[in-house]
Design a protein around this ligand. Structure first.
Ligand code: ADP
Length: 410
């Protein structure tokens, strides 16, 4: 609730606020995305001392079903402040303020979510304020829209929430709790930088038109800065996912390479076995060819033998027929045999005559020796003695030799 603005919240000399910020400066803001494993989308925002967690579930079936909308999804937002989120214990029962904040955040998100893509479903957004320090609805809107983006809910744009207020008659950006309570008023807005569209605008306090326009303008500039923070958070989260996916893909690639190697080895082994079987088949074929060749050769030999025997039979038959037809040929052969016998007899006679000549020569030599011996004993001429004394013996011996020759000649 806005105060009367009498409390000095801005240093007149420096122009700085109680926390040291300038009038147009945001509190330190940080967003983490995907902080809850069970939620479809989640985001945790740190905005100054605010710590707010947003979780998105859906689109999913709606219970009770009679609340379902036939043409679009129902966006249900649950803003809750934790009992420990403020200095004094906050009641756990849902307050009227919490219901109001839940409604304005739901309406703002409904303006960008493509609810017609998911008829008869619900998109549930749970916002839990862990620590409150002013401006929790704007920070909750920022966290909720970031969680929707994390959940992959299709939206026209991203909403960024921030408030601008009036403190000591000065328009300042992003009021903290003391400024919110002690200031003259605040204007929380929800703004989509991509759409250049305001989806949430509330006003608490009293503003002049110039102050109002200045506050809205300042809030839009602040929302644009918050939008950059949202984008950075989402990109960081999906960069991690991409890196993990790349690592998994590398592992998968390595596994695929291993499987490829195993498959190639098995293929090579199978090819080798196929080659061996092919070689066996070739060898068996060669053996069969050799067998067939040998069989054919044997058959050819048998055929040749049969043909030879047939030829011999035919020749014998022809000889028989020739013999029957030409008996003169036998007589011719007989004549030839007779002539051969005669030739052999002639040769024998020639041998006998040669032997007889040799014997005559030997006889002549003996005669000459005897004549020499008698001439030496008698002192007479050899020819006379020999002629007188040896006529009888020579005649006897000559007669025996001539008889032998005659026998041989016969
Ligand atoms: P917003 O948080 O959006 O500014 P309010 O203006 O209603 O919403 O609240 C301003 C601040 O007052 C809150 O941020 C919170 O710090 C404080 N506050 C709200 N409700 C309570 C409560 N029940 N008990 C204590 N402090 C509260």
């Amino acid at each position: 609730m806005a105060g009367d603005g009498s409390v000095k919240l801005i240093d007149e000399k420096t122009g700085k606020r109680t926390d040291g910020r300038k009038f147009n400066e945001l509190r330190p803001t940080k967003i983490e995305v995907g902080v809850l494993n069970n939620a479809d989308g989640s985001a945790l925002i740190y905005m100054g001392n605010n710590k707010i967690l947003a979780a998105v579930y859906g689109p999913r079936e709606l219970h009770p079903k009679h609340l379902a909308l036939p043409d679009r999804a129902l966006v249900q937002c649950y803003y809750r402040m934790s009992t420990f989120s403020v200095a004094e214990r906050k009641s756990p029962a849902p307050s009227r303020r919490e219901r109001e904040i839940s409604k304005v955040i739901s309406d703002a998100l409904n303006s960008v979510i493509l609810t017609k893509d998911f008829p008869r479903t619900t998109i549930d957004i749970y916002i839990q304020v862990l620590q409150a320090d002013g401006g929790t609805r704007c920070a909750s809107l920022t966290a909720a829209c970031t969680a929707l983006a994390d959940a992959g809910i299709p939206m026209r744009g991203i909403i960024s929430g921030v408030a601008a207020g009036l403190v000591n008659d000065t328009v300042v950006l992003d009021l903290h709790d003391i400024e919110d309570q002690k200031g003259s008023g605040d204007i929380p807005i929800g703004y989509s930088a991509t759409l250049d569209e305001i989806s949430l605008l509330q006003l608490d306090g009293v503003f002049t038109i110039e102050q109002f326009e200045e506050a809205v303008k300042l809030a839009i500039e602040g929302a644009k800065q918050i939008y950059e923070i949202q984008k950075k958070a989402l990109r960081e989260k999906y960069a991690l996912i991409r890196a993990e996916f790349a690592g998994e893909s590398e592992e998968e690639e390595a596994e695929e390479e291993d499987t490829i190697e195993i498959v190639s080895q098995s293929l090579a082994e199978s090819e080798a076995s196929v080659d061996e079987t092919a070689i066996d088949e070739v060898e068996s074929e060669e053996l069969e060819e050799k067998k067939t060749e040998e069989v054919s050769e044997v058959e050819e030999v048998h055929e040749v033998e049969e043909s030879v025997s047939e030829i011999e039979e035919v020749s014998e038959v022809e000889e028989v027929s020739k013999a029957e037809e030409a008996p003169e040929a036998e007589s011719v052969s007989e004549v030839e045999e007779v002539s051969e016998v005669e030739d052999s007899e002639v040769e024998e006679q020639d041998l006998v005559s040669d032997i007889a000549e040799e014997l005559n020569d030997e006889l002549d030599d003996e005669k000459e020796l005897e004549e020499d011996i008698t001439s030496l004993e008698t002192g007479e001429p050899e020819k006379n003695n020999e002629s007188i004394t040896d006529d009888s013996s020579e005649s006897v011996e000559n007669e025996t030799e001539h008889k032998e020759i005659d026998d041989l000649e016969e």
